[in-house]
Design a protein around this ligand. Sequence first.
Ligand code: MRU
Length: 348
Amino acid sequence: MESLKWTGSSLKVLDQTKLPFKIEYIECMIYEEVASSIKKMQVRGAPAIGAAAAFGIVLAAKQRQFAKISDFQKFLHEATHVLQKTRPTAVNLFWALDRMKSVWSLKNWETVQDIITALEKEAIAIFKEDIELNKAIGKLGMELVPDGATILTHCNAGALATAGFGTALGVIRACHKSGKEIAVYASETRPLLQGARLTVTELMNDGINVTLITDNMAGYLMKQGKVDAVVVGADRIAANGDVANKIGTYSLAVLANYHEIPFYVAAPYSTIDMTLHSGKEIIIEERDPLEVRSISGNPVVADDVPVYNPAFDVTPHSLISAIITDKGVLRPPYEQTLKQVIKEDKNE
Ligand code: MRU
């Protein structure tokens, strides 16, 4: 199962809202369709959203004819704005759109066709690079996991949430591939059940020992000594190491801290946002109350029940034992170690 397939003239998006029962790809021919599938969470997960948006810009570049380069650039500016408005929390979306903008906004282009060719090359590079970053995260992260360990993960930070291999699940996959005997608990992740529907499916497909729990079971498992480490992904990491990730991550970090269980965050450099000093500045997406009033589309309460539905929370850096990036395993003080990673990336 691949989250995204680029055909050269369209982007095929695996409709993750239908998983695990149906494997259906939606073919996006214009950037507005990509924006809509990000909004509806047919494609979701921070790096996958970023890669989808990058291909969205390529579709925008191909979907209309322009005689003047300035008109073409104006249209790409509009498309960027529409794609930016889809989901606010994962920085990878903005990172990928900025990377595409650094190509199309150059001053010295001679033809529209030259820009289109360069944009397609850049989107493909973002996609391919993400798989390599995840493999590097897996390789570095597996050193933290002892043979025989049981890992708890939340939401889905797997191949489906990325261009491939995954971040948190990349660590788990690398452990499994290296021959380590590991077991995984996947929390179901209400309201949209990414843990139950996506993580469990991915790990079972790979023959990795996974057990599904509901979100409220984690504390009891930890108390019984059944969890050796928690590994999760991230949607945005602030300069001080605070991490936004799927709602429920913070509760797991507090529980892990109380039970003295290491709590690891796995994420590529594209998830680090050095423009934000702390997690307080991260915008937390709030989604439709219907997601909480129902389970998999089936209502569980009356449609006038008041609901609060934040899609993410922020885990303070003090609860994070290490951040596993493609460039190394970072330890506190994150202000310094994150700065070093970003500096290295700029020098490459
Ligand atoms: O709302 P979602 O499903 O897009 O949220 C996904 C997560 O929170 C993931 O943990 C995060 O994006 C990291 S994916 C490698």
